[in-house]
Design a protein around this ligand. Structure first.
Ligand SMILES: Cc1cc2nc3c(=O)[nH]c(=O)nc-3n(C[C@H](O)[C@H](O)[C@H](O)COP(=O)(O)OP(=O)(O)OC[C@H]3O[C@@H](n4cnc5c(N)ncnc54)[C@H](O)[C@@H]3O)c2cc1C
Length: 222
């Protein structure tokens, strides 16, 4: 497969960093072609502005989706946006590695979505969900939490983690046509012993060696 890994953690020595390196190593060893976007290392600017584009449709009123559609027609995306869109278009499997921050994506990753999932190029014109632009591609979240597993069970202290992740699974990935694999969630890695974390990295490597065979899951609707 052609694999695109998007990584969002500011500290390379973090457990997210270890999961990211594990994924790169294992997927390359098992014969997949791998491209990555290490958003903090790239200094990726997550803010939507006219800097998204080399083109201008309406100089008087900045409406991002109108500018997205014009840039789609005119080939007008700024190089840092165009490069990321091309990586998504290129891949068969997209993997995001990130911590859960405020029940959602770290801002740098959310902003990457805001800029890169451009109207016209990645969705729109009736190309949504089952008919989405990225139909036939698969995506998976690999994430860590601060809270323990029991806090994220249905009826738990924080509530069902699958409900927490639904805006990303349903509203971003499925919306644009990706089929979603079960998320790989490591609950509270900071509370574990070093040997337990090493076992977790091995378990992740085992899963990734077979990832091509996995079937998508039902992420639920609203
Ligand atoms: C802004 C913000 C918002 C947050 N919101 C939420 C929230 O809504 N819900 C929630 O549950 N949590 C939340 N958190 C907590 C956050 O999700 C966790 O701190 C994070 O997921 C832990 O992952 P990490 O990679 O940062 O861990 P780290 O603290 O970097 O790593 C954990 C441990 O693993 C060790 N480690 C690193 N590499 C290896 C290796 N190769 N082998 C073995 N051990 C290793 C590290 O040394 C460290 O001791 C939030 C945190 C922030 C900063």
């Amino acid at each position: 497969m052609k694999v695109f890994i998007v990584y969002a953690h500011p500290e390379p020595k973090s457990f997210n960093g270890a999961l990211f390196r594990t994924a790169q190593d294992v997927l390359k060893q098992t014969g997949h072609e791998v491209k990555v976007s290490d958003l903090y290392a790239m200094g990726f600017n997550p803010v939507v502005s006219r800097k998204n584009y080399n083109t201008v449709k309406d100089p008087d009123y900045f409406k991002p989706q109108i500018e997205d559609m014009y840039a789609t027609e005119a080939g007008g995306f700024a190089p840092e946006v165009e490069e990321e869109i091309r990586k998504m278009e290129w891949c068969d499997f997209m993997l995001w590695q990130h911590p859960l921050w405020w029940f959602g994506l770290p801002a740098i990753l959310k902003g990457w979505v805001d800029r890169v999932f451009a109207m016209g190029r990645t969705y729109g014109g009736g190309r949504l969900y089952e008919n989405g632009v990225f139909k036939g591609k698969r995506a998976m979240l690999s994430l860590t939490t601060g809270g323990p597993a029991e806090a994220y069970a249905k009826g738990g202290f924080n509530g069902d983690i699958h409900a927490v992740l639904r805006p990303v699974h349903r509203g971003i990935l499925q919306f644009t046509g990706f089929s979603v694999l079960a998320p790989h969630i490591i609950f509270a890695p900071v509370r574990l012993r070093d040997d337990q974390r090493k076992d977790i990295l091995e378990g992740y490597a085992r899963r990734l060696r077979q990832i091509e065979m996995e079937k998508p899951v039902d992420v639920g609707e609203y």
